[in-house]
Design a protein around this ligand. Structure first.
Ligand SMILES: *Cc1c(COP(=O)(O)O)cnc(C)c1O
Length: 353
């Protein structure tokens, strides 16, 4: 086996999906699994479907294309580029949109292909990433409903991705009110009111999600089983569904404080070091090109990650009780940003168990 390696336990991926779904079902919310974090790997998407996800969503058409074998409906969740309209209509049943010009391009492409492409119209309720402002939404929707080849099937919002704004009862309710207006003005009964990503899951668990919200797009929490807002595992989920195995390439006793004059490091930061005397330090053959170091956590006790450069991760292992040596393989848990990087890095092996 080659390292670093992501060990992906498909049974546990399925179990984590079931655990999240069990909570969502109590609130009448259907689950769309977001595959962008794992670059649209068929095996993982299939495990999530076995776990009860009803749809797969991705931000990149290229990933949806990889998943075209799956018979479930697929959704593009990054608002499309006009230049990719044909591929969007080909590989996605739904797309999230905020620009009329883009929806017109999708309409033209769908008419050409003899298809109906379903539109989820994105509303920006404060995070200031994608979405039409609520006060302008009805006007734009008035134009969308005139177009052939596309059908307005839902509205949605996203939270916590640019402005750090969290979903709460009041801002989610803007979606609910808008859906009611769409029904009264245009006579359209939307099938999807999409309340957001893993952050909205927490809002739901806390009982703050309006009952009309019926759809989530979940990436992070389905894979990790970890609720980042509550800082706890979803009941019944496993923390080691995906583990990164790394190999030690050096393990030596060294001073804890660097020797010499300190300037900016390779990433533009001026590091600070506390003098803790001589410590046992292991270097792992993995780095910032493969992971986001702030989101890597040792699964074994007595290890403290000190830092990383592009391809070396330095870990204080003085308090580790095991027999570590050069060549030892050690497991780490990753949260979202590190998983995203590891799946994307061609230097990280991916192994299914
Ligand atoms: C990435 C993304 C998601 C999934 O977010 P998670 O935090 O991984 O659950 C949902 N919706 C949109 C629009 C996204 O871009």
């Amino acid at each position: 086996m080659k390292y670093p390696a992501l060990i992906i336990d498909l049974k546990k991926i399925e179990k984590n999906t079931k655990a999240v779904l069990k909570q969502c079902e109590k609130y009448g919310i259907s689950l769309t699994a977001v595959s962008k974090c794992y670059c649209g790997m068929l095996e993982i998407a299939s495990a999530q479907l076995r776990g009860g996800a009803t749809m797969i969503a991705d931000s990149r058409v290229k990933n949806l294309k990889k998943l075209s074998k799956l018979t479930v409906e697929k959704m593009l969740i990054r608002i499309p580029m006009i230049s990719e309209a044909d591929d969007v209509v080909e590989y996605a049943d739904y797309s999230m949109n905020s620009e009329l010009e883009t929806i017109k391009a999708l309409s033209a492409s769908a008419v050409k292909k003899g298809k109906i492409h379903k539109i989820i119209f994105m509303i920006d309720i404060g995070d200031l990433r994608e979405g039409c402002l609520p006060e302008n939404a009805l006007n734009v929707i008035g134009e969308i409903v005139k177009l052939k080849g596309v059908r307005l099937d839902g509205i949605g919002a996203n939270f916590g991705c640019f402005g750090g704004v969290m979903p709460e009862y009041d801002n989610l309710h803007i979606l609910v009110e808008l859906a009611k207006k769409i029904k009264s003005i245009y006579g359209i009964d939307l099938t999807i009111i999409s309340g957001g990503n893993s952050f909205t899951y927490t809002t739901m668990v806390e009982g703050q999600c309006p009952k009309e919200i019926n759809h989530f797009r979940l990436g992070d929490i389905l894979l990790t089983g970890y609720d980042t807002r509550l800082m706890e595992m979803v009941p019944g989920a496993e923390e080691d569904a995906i583990v990164l195995l790394c190999e030690i390439v050096e393990i030596l006793d060294k001073p804890s404080k660097p020797i010499g004059r300190i300037e900016k490091d390779a990433f533009g930061n001026i590091p600070y070091f506390e003098d803790r005397g001589i410590r046992k330090r292991a270097i792992f053959a993995v780095g910032r090109q493969d992971i986001r170091i702030e989101e890597v956590f040792p699964l074994e006790k007595g290890m403290e990650i000190l830092g990383a450069s592009s391809d070396h991760m330095i870990v204080d292992v003085t308090d580790h009780k095991g027999d570590l040596k050069v060549g030892s393989i050690v497991p780490f848990r990753l949260t979202y940003g590190a998983l995203l990087a590891a799946f994307t890095s061609e230097y990280v092996e991916k192994t299914f168990i």
